[in-house]
Ligand binder design. Structure first.
Ligand code: CTP
Ligand code: ZN
Length: 158
């Protein structure tokens, strides 16, 4: 008998797999899900993974992700794969990708940055300077955003 932890397959929806261990709840926050929507959701945390050592998985029945949600997930779980499930089969699998430049999704941490001035309608723009650990640099003022800053902004903590 297999000693693997098994969670039911889903019929229709999205499985976000290979999430960095411990970040499944951040992914749910990005998706705006609390559980009170009534959707079937399975969350698996800190299970062994060949690729990552440990990983989290989020399965949600009945939804497909928007592009901005996929882009945000990439910034907190750069190894994640998004699997679209129809009639119990994986019909599409995409690995998220951290773009070289990030526009509009994040705010600069420097309050004096021109992108934070209400009179200057300038979209914040960042360049990726390191992937693991993730580090972004503001193209306007050079301020650095680290993984914790990004998580805080996406989960409402900052
Ligand atoms: N899955 C699911 N319900 C389904 C089909 C798949 O919950 N009806 C889940 C699987 O449990 C797995 C993920 O979707 O977590 C991807 O499925 P699959 O591609 O079959 O697994 P792997 O080949 O192990 O994926 P990978 O190569 O991306 O590791
Ligand atoms: Zn800035």
């Amino acid at each position: 008998m297999s000693r693997e932890l098994r969670v039911s397959k889903i019929r229709e929806g999205t499985v976000i797999d290979h999430i960095d261990a411990g970040r499944a709840l951040h992914v749910l926050r990005i998706l705006g899900l609390t559980g009170s929507e009534g959707l079937v959701i399975a969350i698996v945390m800190n299970v062994p993974s060949k690729k990552l050592g440990r990983k989290d998985i989020v399965k949600v029945e009945g939804i497909e992700l928007r592009e901005d949600q996929v882009n945000k997930i990439a910034l907190i779980a750069p190894s994640a794969t998004i699997n679209i499930i129809r009639d119990y089969e994986v019909v599409e699998k995409v690995r998220v990708k951290v773009p070289e430049r990030i526009e509009g999704l994040l705010r600069c941490v420097n309050p004096n940055c021109i992108t934070n001035q209400p009179r200057e309608p300038i979209k914040p723009r960042f360049r990726v300077v390191s992937l693991r650990p993730l580090k972004l640099v503001c193209e306007y003022c050079g301020a650095e955003l680290g993984q914790e800053d990004i998580i805080a902004q996406f989960t409402g903590g900052g």
